[in-house]
Ligand binder design. Sequence first.
Ligand code: SF4
Length: 313
Amino acid sequence: MDNPFKYSDDNKRYHTFNYYLRHHYGKKVYKVPLDAHFSCPNRDGTCGYGGCIFCSSRGSGEFTASNILDIIKQFETNRQMMEAKWPNSLAIPYFQAYSNTYGPLEKIKQCVEPFIGYPDVCAIAIATRPDCLDDEKIAYLNSLTKYLDIYIELGLQSSNDDTAKLINRGHDFACLQNCVKKLNSTSLKTVIHIINGLPNETIDDMMKTINDVNELSIFGIKIHMLHISKDTVLANMYRRQPWDIMDLGEYVDIVIKQLEHLSANIVIERLTGDPIKDELIAPRWVLNKTQVLNEIDKKMAHLDTYQGKAINN
Ligand code: SF4
């Protein structure tokens, strides 16, 4: 069956990040995860204690070479491995661990400015929280977009404020909406992270989140399945009172439904996460990323559906 989706060079029926990068930069591009040793206001007591219930002690920076303090050395260490796999590619330094705009503007400058004009770096990605982006920081980061693209990644997880309280996110949906509104008035590119399978969430909640995100006019989205990993608050909750966790088939179904309701021009940066095998409690099926992505592709082809189909987009 022919693929009717317009932003695809292959069998994908959604707007992959790989497709965007190849068309936008004309080459293979990879992200290099970094830990610049920021903290998070949701962990140090500024807006909350303990952090989001699923967050590991490394603040989601599991794949960084965090023991190397010099940011360029850290970047080069990880980049060498990627360059061996994809020679002659471009790189995006990805400030991944914790909240990378939480702290003085001077520290942010020291982290990002070494990458301006750096060989074969086409953009910078910064993971942070909407309550860590004041007007001064947004204006500064936007001023850098005359040199290279800047992607700002914000963890929403769910637009349901009851869920936000349950997962101890430390801000409400309105906070994220306001931040995205400001970012949309700049040249910064916003990427939102959401999680399917959060405790107490129904399919309707997950669809509401995708519809709310679709309204935000963002650049991209990362969709994850909830990982229950050792040494997290979530793991303790699950041990005390386990709940039903989505199986692979249910996850594939909800992701396809979400893609159908998402504007075709929104770039899909991820449909699976990268848990650490030895730390993952459940669900174990997320470890087989290829299988998850193949099942999504197969079922989308079988249903002859594609991103944006439900909204005629
Ligand atoms: S905002 Fe990010 S770093 Fe902070 S607690 Fe939540 S997941 Fe962890």
